[in-house]
Design a protein around this ligand. Structure first.
Ligand code: COS
Length: 385
């Protein structure tokens, strides 16, 4: 099903598929083992102009939106869910600037991202503020023409490798989540350093580390939106980016399904290819149905976001919830279809299952997604009355 994509959008898919097959597939296992950051692939993505897919043309981007981003992410993640994250995590770090930046901020930062000169990251999570994003402890104190940041962010995707960070910090602790503000912080700013690099179960080619702010002075021009709007900046950023995580999960699931179908045709037991057994056929049928349903939900939502529809929190959370649960189920079933071979690192589905797990956790656990969906339902039902 092609969901009525335009010729341009189909070209993006073909381009991403070519990079995934020709450049990423040959090195995915090596990067998974070493946990190194795949700069050579980032360069390929930048040269193919994929880094600016969702950024307006006036800033040098392709002028697409969440649909284009999801198409590229899905296709790349069919082959590898970790390497391609440099692109998706940069989008997460870029959305706050796109949504809330001034013209000056957009000109300064978006143009660098579209040129492929640098990556971006989003600094919200802290050791004691994970699901409870409002419990942010990092502070930003105004001092003349500067803000002084102190605190630690953790589990930051693209941490250390990105040049541009959007960071949430408290400018007025007494006001709770209404006292949070968002800032752009550049790598290399004195007082901004990186902590330990995480050693992860999956998406190992993606860089994840701590951001440490110690009396880090940033110019007041780097405030994003107004003071006190940081929590809303974070929530609206997540509303916009969750379909991208869902596309990552979808890609991983679709990749595992393809592997399982191919394997079932070649693996013989009891004198027949296992694809001839109904037990396997029913598993494949369920996997394919879930993948197709996730795809329909994601592109419906991405279109709604690109059409600037309001009230997208609930459906955006549904994408992330449904696609990530699908990825976990489908990759687990793919390992089952491969049997003992599926458990071995020599076959790709073992890695796909490890990569899938994080999609149920980051950008809000699936438990938080259910909270967001339920609150949205209740809010909308109150409005109807
Ligand atoms: N868009 C606009 N405004 C929103 C919003 C959204 N999507 N979500 C919440 N708000 C507003 C609320 O309307 C409320 O406004 P008022 O103060 O004017 O009433 C304010 O923000 C606080 O909202 P709420 O009371 O619902 O906040 P909570 O502290 O209860 O937290 C959740 C809400 C759980 C949804 C939030 O903390 C969250 O998303 N957590 C997960 C964070 C996450 O995804 N972390 C992963 C790391 S980022 S990679």
């Amino acid at each position: 099903m092609e969901y009525f994509f335009t010729d341009e959008q189909k070209m993006i898919v073909e381009l991403a598929k070519k990079i995934a097959q020709e450049k990423i597939k040959p090195v995915r296992q090596q990067y998974d083992e070493s946990g190194e950051f795949p700069w050579e692939i980032v360069k390929e993505l930048a040269q193919a102009d994929l880094m600016g897919l969702y950024i307006p043309q006036q800033y040098g981007g392709f002028g697409g939106g969440v649909v284009e981003l999801c198409l590229a992410v899905e296709e790349l993640c069919k082959v590898d869910g970790g390497i391609s994250l440099s692109l998706a995590a940069t989008a997460l770090g870029t959305f706050p600037i796109l949504l809330f930046g001034t013209d000056e901020q957009k000109n300064k930062y978006l143009t660098r991202i579209t040129k492929g000169e640098c990556l971006a990251a989003f600094g919200l999570t802290e050791p004691e503020a994970g699901s409870d994003a409002g419990a942010t402890k990092t502070t930003a104190v105004k001092d003349g023409d500067h803000y002084v940041l102190n605190g630690t962010k953790c589990f930051i995707t693209n941490g250390g490798v990105a040049e541009i960070y959007t960071v949430i910090a408290m400018t007025d602790k007494a006001k709770g989540s209404r006292g949070a503000s968002a800032f752009i912080v550049e790598k290399g700013t004195p007082g901004f350093t990186f902590g330990k690099k995480e050693d992860k179960m999956g998406i190992r080619a993606s860089a994840t580390c701590e951001l440490i702010f110690q009396d880090c002075r940033i110019p007041k021009e780097n405030l994003l939106g107004r003071e006190g709007a940081g929590f809303i900046v974070a929530m609206k950023t997540l509303d916009q980016s969750r379909p991208g995580v869902a596309a990552q999960a979808l890609g991983i699931a679709a990749g595992a399904l393809d592997e399982a179908v191919e394997y079932s045709k070649t693996r013989k037991q009891f004198g027949h290819p296992i694809s001839g057994f109904q037990a396997i056929q029913h598993m494949l049928a369920d996997m394919a149905t879930q993948v197709e349903a996730a795809r329909a939900l994601i592109y419906l939502t991405a279109r709604a976001i690109d059409n600037k529809e309001k009230d997208i929190s609930g459906i955006s959370a549904m994408c992330k919830l449904f696609a990530s649960d699908t990825a976990m189920k489908v990759t687990t079933d793919a390992v089952q279809i491969f049997g003992g071979y599926g458990y071995m690192k020599e076959y790709p589905v073992e890695k796909m299952m490890r990569d899938a797990k994080i999609t149920q956790i980051y950008e809000g656990t699936n438990q938080i997604q259910r909270n967001v969906i339920a609150l949205d339902l209740i809010k909308k039902s109150a409005k109807k009355k």
